[in-house]
Ligand binder design. Structure first.
Ligand SMILES: [Mg+2]
Length: 202
């Protein structure tokens, strides 16, 4: 099967690290479990200038490479690959983050995975340097086939709702607990739960 896996907060613990960063840079103390909104500017009550500074720091390679893996994510993705499934990283990160993203995957034994940068949030730069991968538009994403898709972002999940042949899994996070946009959605609290799903085992 061809499996779409988001990266931030599905494979690596990005929001936890951003919570620590926002506390260090701006004194905002919003523990991870209290992050109710996917919009971090809103979640951390940051000004426009503060969110820009936070995200500039969050896009730096050393910050990205240091992110912790989500428990069992790495071994689970390796197990899926070993079982013959094709796992594709479909991230809403800007492809300007490619160095940090690809290095993180290599460091964790996942360097074989294809990475697709998709403009899920419609904030791709108008032009990108020649040395970074292109970013796919939402329309280009719609052309791609996946049997399973795993994401945590309500906005990204909305982009998947028309896929009737795709099993859509929301990776449980504080900011998606109220999400009901897709009737046929499955919720997974852990990667172990994903591996145990009948659609993956068969
Ligand atoms: Mg995510």
């Amino acid at each position: 099967m061809r499996i779409y896996s988001d990266f931030d907060d599905v494979i690596c613990e990005t929001a936890q690290a951003l919570s620590v960063l926002a506390k260090g840079m701006f004194g905002r103390d919003v523990p991870y479990e209290n992050i109710e909104f996917f919009n971090l500017q809103k979640a951390f009550s940051l000004t426009d200038e503060e969110i820009n500074r936070l995200m500039d720091r969050a896009h730096e390679t050393d910050f990205l490479v240091a992110l912790n893996p989500i428990p069992d994510a790495v071994s689970s993705v390796q197990a899926l690959s070993a079982a013959g499934h094709e796992v594709v990283i479909v991230t809403g990160r800007q492809s300007l983050c490619h160095e940090g993203t690809s290095q993180w995957l290599r460091n964790h034994g996942l360097g074989h995975l294809e990475i697709l940068y998709v403009d899920k949030y419609k904030r791709a730069p108008a032009t990108l340097p020649a040395h970074v991968p292109k970013m796919l538009t939402i329309e280009e994403l719609h052309e791609l086939h996946f049997d399973i898709a795993i994401d945590d972002s309500p906005t990204a999940l909305d982009l998947l709702m028309h896929r009737t042949q795709c099993h859509i899994i929301v990776f449980d996070r504080p900011w998606n607990r109220q999400y009901t946009g897709i009737p046929h959605l499955r919720r997974a609290l852990t990667w172990q739960e994903i591996l145990a799903l009948d659609i993956i085992k068969t």
